[in-house]
Design a protein around this ligand. Structure first.
Ligand code: M6R
Length: 603
């Protein structure tokens, strides 16, 4: 949540603004920049809204060789200029940007800052005022004052601090919020995501929790609050700067939908050997095979991917699987079996709700696996094992390719455990062939996207609400479909088990209410058809997405042939495209829906 970029030693304005634009998907309700030209001039500019507003507000002479910038997703206080970062102290000597949440900021404010006039409602301002207070009253140098504050703080943070009495330094601190130091020739750059500054350097130092650093254009000194001076080696990152660009697409969401067949092929090539057997680290497979119950924790779309994973893992391994919302499980921990194993599904690897659960799992010394798209992310570092999604950067706030990648990894994992346990279904299921069929079918569906555009225009864009219904795996997909549609189009949408509507919710059906039925389940397809008739009889406009095997002539989208267990890969495409086109046709910002942020690092 929020994005941070800082640089010392180079044309700071452009680098910070470009970097912030690349991080804008992480938070976009306000933005700000502090620049210092090292010749005695400094500039602070903050604007409500997008980075484009900030850019427009800067005059040509506002340049610097040092700069820190921030794009915000509000946690404390409304999106206003006063609450936007960088924050500054009463003497206007210190400037600070922050990602994360300071849990004890009220306590710190009440204990230390009663005589200081705070100008914002944020937790961050308390920190910069405290640094200033300690520097003034105790005559501490900046780094010492900063460390004194860090030792008082409880919470998550990535901080960049500039002191205008020594403006050729940036002071950094990191705890539970991502922060990378990029090393350049004659400059150093800091960002909450390496992707935002890849055009400057490919060499990075991973800062760890508790690290405090002092950087200049030619040097960086890192120490850890607990262990003292540390040596963090720089390494080259293997990231393609173009992977994070939109290319010829109007929106990332469509690009990412279109990329899915390629992602599925890549996962198949990476995690299956030439004979179609999974090749994950045997330690992961051994640990999981010994479990008597697998617990999956996740949020949002990843939670929905977990539900589909449950169906796959149970079918292939006969091990029961429980899927829990991380935000609930963190404080209402599930009752555990004797030999539990924990999976954390998270595209970003930074979701605070999931992290709370993982901490508890670690406290109990239990084995865990994080399945994530981001190498080196917090949940990846803190779990026993990691498997990467290999989906490439996902920039649109609405998750698409990470969802299908998560399900593909779960399928391969299910087969690995099933084979290890010698489960007949897993032994016989030709996953390589099935994933190839899935990728081919997905390609056909993305190629036929115009049909989804028509359906979105005809049924969705003027509708206030909508329903998705399905049974079995189709129900799990209906939940994801509803989340996708509502988050980007603002059409209030519910995903329902098809048989459940008649137990109350059918009273919401009116003339023209769109009800989108997903029909792939061989056992219940007729029953779902019956539920469609029930809603049509009450005026609903039904849209049917059905497997070829059970399709009828009047169905709107007929999915290419594939086994039921794999049907999610195909259904995912039309439900994502319906959401995309509903949003686009309504003229909304598809990639950055209101009130949302890509990675949710607050509980
Ligand atoms: O990074 P994570 O997978 O842990 O994120 C979980 C959710 O915040 C995320 O899936 C969210 O629901 C997306 N906006 C859905 O499109």
């Amino acid at each position: 949540m929020c994005g941070i970029v800082g640089i010392v030693g180079k044309s700071a304005r452009d680098i910070v603004l470009n970097g912030l634009s690349k991080l804008e998907y992480r938070g976009y309700d306000s933005a700000g920049i502090y620049l210092n030209d090292l010749k005695g001039h400094e500039y602070l500019t903050k604007k409500v809204g997008r980075i484009s507003n900030l850019k427009a507000a800067l005059t040509p002479d506002e340049q610097g060789l040092v700069g820190i910038g921030h794009t915000r997703w509000a946690t404390h206080g409304k999106p206003t200029e006063a609450n936007a970062h960088p924050h500054f102290d009463v003497t206007k000597r210190f400037y600070l940007v922050h990602n994360g949440v300071i849990e004890n900021f009220k306590e710190l404010r009440d204990n230390y800052l009663q005589n200081v006039n705070l100008v914002s409602d944020t937790d961050t301002e308390v920190i910069v005022q405290l640094v200033s207070l300690f520097a003034r009253e105790e005559k501490l140098d900046t780094l010492t004052a900063f460390k004194k504050v860090l030792n008082l703080v409880r919470g998550s943070y990535a901080f960049l601090l500039v002191d205008n009495t020594q403006p050729d330094h940036i002071f950094i601190a990191k705890n539970k919020s991502p922060m990378m130091l990029g090393v350049g020739d004659g400059f150093n750059v800091i960002a909450s995501d390496a992707l935002s500054v890849l055009d400057q350097t490919q060499t990075f130092v991973d800062l760890q929790d508790g690290d405090v650093a002092d950087i200049t254009k030619d040097s960086y000194k890192i120490e850890n609050l607990e262990t003292g001076a540390v040596d963090r080696p720089a390494h080259k990152v293997n990231l393609d700067p173009d992977a994070a660009s939109k290319g010829t697409y109007e929106f990332y969401m469509l690009k990412e939908i279109d990329e899915q067949p390629g992602v599925i092929r890549k996962l198949s090539q990476t995690y299956l050997d030439s004979e179609g057997h999974p090749n994950f680290d045997p330690k992961i497979v051994d640990a999981m095979s010994q479990a008597d119950r697998i617990y999956i924790f996740a949020a949002g779309t990843s939670y929905h991917a977990g539900l589909v994973g449950k169906a796959m893992i149970e079918k292939m391994t006969n091990i029961p699987v429980e899927v829990d919302l991380a935000s609930e499980a963190g404080y209402h921990f599930p009752m555990l079996s004797k030999n539990p194993f924990f999976i954390f599904l998270t595209q970003s690897g930074e979701t605070a709700d999931s992290r709370v659960v993982l901490k508890e799992v670690n406290r109990r010394n239990l084995p865990s696996l994080t399945i994530t798209n981001v190498e080196g992310s917090t949940l990846s570092r803190e779990a026993t094992y990691t498997i990467l999604l290999q989906a490439g950067p996902e920039i649109a706030v609405a998750s698409t390719k990470a969802y299908t990648a998560q399900i593909a990894v779960e399928a391969i994992l299910a087969k690995a455990i099933g084979e290890k346990l010698n489960v007949e279904f897993a032994n016989e299921f030709d996953l390589r062939e099935e994933l190839a069929l899935a990728a081919e079918g997905m390609q056909q569906l993305v190629d036929g996207k115009e049909k989804l555009q028509e359906l979105a225009k005809k049924y969705l864009i003027s509708s206030r609400n909508a329903f998705y219904i399905g049974r079995g795996i189709d129900y799990y997909v209906a939940l994801e479909a509803a989340l996708k549609l509502k988050e980007v189009s603002y059409i209030q949408t519910e995903g329902f088990a098809a048989g459940e509507l008649k137990h109350g919710t059918i009273s919401l059906i009116e003339d023209g209410t769109p009800v989108i039925a997903i029909i792939n389940d061989p056992v219940t397809n007729e029953l779902t058809r019956g539920n469609v008739q029930e809603v049509e009889a009450r005026g609903a406009s039904a849209i049917i997405i059905a497997a070829k095997e059970f399709a009828r002539e009047s169905d709107d989208i007929v999915l290419p042939e594939i086994s039921y267990l794999m049907s999610v890969f195909l259904t995912a495409i039309p439900i994502q495209l319906l959401a995309y086109y509903a949003s686009k046709e309504k003229g909304l910002d598809v990639d950055k829906p209101r009130n949302l942020a890509k990675s949710v690092t607050v509980e």
